[in-house]
Design a protein around this ligand. Structure first.
Ligand code: HEM
Length: 428
């Protein structure tokens, strides 16, 4: 049985660079890290900011300077490992994904130059200001409808289920151009993809997710084919227009793969951003009141949430040549865990990094969207969704509060962070 191209199992664990401190306990799956990653990261940053994690088999970077340097050198540190499943794929799931017609290509996050450069140029044009503006009224309408439905059901409400989960899924489906009547099955097929790559999944879970991924891939392939014959005003049709005029510059198969990747890239991470915005703003009441009275402060508040409580806490790279980082010689094949969460709390860059402050001057210097050639294509869309959600909430529910004494549970995984449920209450 062969590894599937897109979701390759990790070739071999990295070994520790010579002289590099070895940490025997660090892992995002550890209880302490899951409860409070920032305290665990601060200990490392102030002790050994570059270390080898024995549990992960990765070199871990915690300082902004080192993380940025790796992002900025794609010819040395490749992103080809970003989709490697953390839990190796079992044979039963592999055989599902070995279907002849399941052949997504690494195009964006795990793509490498020169192909990545070529595909990204066209995808970036599709994320234009015009496309975002076209989508804005839909996001606003859907957001209002979901929040009104939450209010009608009464307080308390689970915000994740009522708003934070449905809104980004539906937004990305409209962006791609999928028809609304397919939303329900699309949501079922795209569920739990995070678990497949970044979680600790059982064989049975992997099989179920793999079946859904195959169904979703087939849906995407059929949809792209339909749009080729019958274009509309959406992102997919824009890419297909490029393909029609310059087939050598953007292949049909690459468009299928871009569409397939977007449902993941643009969904649960935004769910987590929306929830993290409310946790931070509502537990710092005066700052909630500030955005309530001055909604023009909302974009700054979103930036500060992205800094202090990023929905994406880490990302990966692999060295493709022998090189050096932070004074350590590392050999080709060394895998690197870039701690975005730690870099965002680096005291060299951010004063009082643990305090949530929507007036912070340099909150936008966070690294939650990455840097360099893979910089997040969906950043404006994510910020738009969070801004509209907060604008609607401060207007409709100024008395909004967190339900007291709730404990948040975070799905154990390598990279993403947001509560499984978020209970809110309000008066009036
Ligand atoms: C708060 C929400 C989001 C965060 C924190 C986030 C974060 C990131 C990060 C860290 C990367 C990798 C950067 C790198 O490797 O240098 C990335 C890449 C990417 N993101 Fe996002 N993202 C978010 C939302 C979105 C949305 C809404 C979309 C799509 C609508 C999206 C689409 C992408 C794509 C396509 C890439 C790959 C770009 C490339 O490799 O050229 N993201 N994102």
């Amino acid at each position: 049985m062969v590894d599937t191209g897109y979701y390759k199992n990790r070739p071999r664990p990295t070994s520790a660079p010579q002289g590099c401190p070895v940490d025997h306990t660090f892992s995002p799956f550890e209880e302490n890290y899951r409860k409070d990653p920032y305290a665990e990261l601060e200990k490392r940053r102030s002790g050994s900011p570059v270390f080898y994690s024995e549990k992960l088999g990765y070199l871990v970077l915690t300082r902004m300077e080192d993380v940025s340097e790796v992002f900025r050198k794609p010819e040395i540190f490749s992103s080809e490992n970003v989709q490697y499943p953390v839990t190796p794929i079992c044979d039963a799931a592999k055989s599902i994904l070995a279907a002849d017609d399941y052949d997504p290509m690494p195009v964006l996050s795990n793509g490498t130059p020169p192909d990545h450069t070529r595909v990204r140029k066209h995808a970036q044009a599709g994320f234009s200001g015009r496309r975002i503006r076209i989508l804005e009224p839909y996001v606003r309408r859907r957001c209002e409808t979901l929040i009104d439905a939450m209010i009608a059901k009464g307080s308390p409400a689970n915000f994740v289920k009522s708003v934070a989960h449905p809104l980004p899924g539906e937004t990305i489906f409209r962006f791609i151009g999928f028809p609304e009547e397919d939303d329900q099955k699309l949501k079922e097929w795209t569920a739990n993809r995070l678990a497949f790559t970044w979680g600790k999944t059982s064989d049975d879970e992997q099989v179920e997710i793999a079946e859904n991924m195959l169904a979703y891939w087939r849906y995407c392939a059929a949809f792209v084919k339909r749009r080729l014959a019958d274009p509309a005003d959406d992102f997919t049709s824009e890419l297909l227009a490029v393909h029609k005029s310059h087939p050598d510059d953007l292949a049909f198969k690459e468009i299928e793969s871009v569409v397939y990747g977007l449902s993941f890239a643009g969904h649960e991470i935004v769910t987590n951003l929306l929830s993290n915005c409310l946790i931070n703003l509502l537990s710092n009441r005066s700052q909630w009141e500030e955005i309530r009275d001055h909604p023009e402060m909302i974009p700054k508040a979103v930036d500060e949430v992205l800094r202090i409580d990023s929905p994406q806490t880490s990302w990966r790279r692999v060295a493709v040549v022998d090189t050096e980082i932070a004074g350590y010689k590392i050999s080709a094949g060394t895998e690197i865990f870039l701690s975005l969460a730690s870099a965002n709390h680096d005291e060299e860059l951010f004063e009082n990094p643990e305090s949530f402050d929507i007036f912070r001057k340099n909150a936008g210097a966070h690294i939650s969207f990455g840097r360099g050639i893979h910089f997040c294509l969906g950043n404006r869309l994510a910020i738009l969704e969070a801004t509209i959600a907060l604008e609607t909430l401060v207007e409709r529910l100024p008395s909004l509060m967190l339900v007291e004494e709730q404990t948040f549970s975070f799905y154990p995984n390598f990279t993403f962070r947001g509560p499984a449920e978020l209970w809110l209450t309000w008066s009036g």
